[in-house]
Write a protein that binds this ligand. Structure first.
Ligand SMILES: NC(=O)c1ccc[n+]([C@@H]2O[C@H](COP(=O)([O-])OP(=O)(O)OC[C@H]3O[C@@H](n4cnc5c(N)ncnc54)[C@H](OP(=O)(O)O)[C@@H]3O)[C@@H](O)[C@H]2O)c1
Length: 305
């Protein structure tokens, strides 16, 4: 671990150079942090090496090098893969180490990782984010953090280079739980928006006009505005958040409901609808494809009459 003396910026390690991780590392480099990166698929590290980042061979090497290690991987199994085992983050963590687990995973796994980090004298915060690729690019993410308050303060300069807000929610696992609450609502909204949009279109209303009126209505929300272009023409826009990852979040939110005795009725429906979308071949496409799934079913039903 490098020295974190005086006003010197901490050395940041970053694991997981997916859609979200890449712009986050861009922002850390732009903010002047010394950065070490690792990704399962090594080619994704190369562009960052050209800009001064060090490439580590294993997650353990990242944690050994860095004052603050960030992980931003797909899901729980991916987090297990980068944390556990002789090459995992935990193996490289020493006393005083700080880890920010920023992927969307369940609170139980987040708490378990925090306990395992504590056994090595280090601290781990669950620090998942709200905001998609544009927010990651603009360093405008909103972070929900669970864990020790002093560790949150220590993490703040690094988080501030990535986000516009850092909410300390409470002890370990509360950041993860809050993130699932946020995404559950987005998943349900995405399904409901898809349903009403296709119904409006099939009633003879232009898609663009329907989106404009929905955005302008009492239920108008940033999500409707932010996803307008993608719902308008899903072929013309970049994939921001995949059906596969949203489905993972709905499952985690249903589990959260079970562990808190709350029936997650609408979230379970959104989960089933995402299963349909994945089964229709949209697993790696953006979640706005939900409207295409409903459109195709409506057309098939009409044709069958
Ligand atoms: N996209 C969004 O809008 C958004 C917004 C907020 C939060 N999130 C959350 O942020 C996290 C990352 O999302 P993303 O969109 O960046 O996903 P992504 O583009 O699919 O990237 C996933 C990353 O995880 C790595 N990974 C997957 N399985 C792994 C394994 N078994 N072992 C090691 N590494 C593994 C991938 O490595 P490879 O390069 O080798 O495949 C890649 O670096 C997810 O938890 C997601 O739910 C996403």
């Amino acid at each position: 671990m490098s020295e974190q003396a005086g006003s010197q910026r901490p050395h940041v390690g970053f694991i997981g150079l997916g859609r979200m991780g890449r712009p986050m590392v861009d922002n850390l480099l732009a903010a002047g942090f010394q950065v070490t990166v690792h990704n399962r698929t090594r080619e994704r590290c190369e562009p960052f090496a050209a800009r001064g980042a060090r490439i580590a061979d294993t997650p353990a090497d990242v944690a050994r090098d860095a004052d603050v290690t960030i992980t931003m991987v797909a899901d729980g199994p991916a987090a297990e893969a980068v944390y556990v085992g002789p090459d995992g983050v935990l193996a490289g963590l020493g006393p005083g180490g700080l880890v920010l687990e920023m992927s969307t995973i369940g609170p139980e796994l987040a708490r378990s990782l925090a306990e395992r980090a504590a056994e090595r004298g280090a601290q781990l915060l669950d620090a998942p984010v709200s905001g998609s690729i544009p927010a990651a690019r603009a360093a405008q993410l909103v972070v929900m953090v669970g864990g020790d308050a002093a560790a949150v303060e220590r993490a703040r300069p690094v988080l501030a280079a990535l986000s516009r807000e850092q909410h300390h929610m409470g002890p370990a696992g509360t950041g993860a739980a809050m993130k699932l609450a946020v995404n559950a609502l987005i998943g349900v909204t995405n399904l409901a928006l898809s349903e009403v949009l296709v119904a409006a279109e099939r009633s003879g209303i232009a898609r663009a006009q329907a989106l404009d009126v929905l955005a302008d209505s009492a239920i108008g929300s940033p999500y409707i505005t932010y996803k307008r272009e993608a719902f308008l023409d899903p072929d013309a826009v970049e994939v921001f958040f995949t059906v596969r990852l949203m489905k993972k979040d709905m499952r985690l939110a249903v589990d959260l409901g079970r562990s808190t005795d709350v029936p997650m009725l609408s979230v379970a429906l959104a989960d089933e609808a995402l299963t349909l979308a994945a089964a229709s071949g949209y697993g790696e496409d953006d979640v706005v494809r939900m409207a295409d799934v409903l459109r195709a079913r409506a057309e098939a039903l009409e044709a069958s009459r």
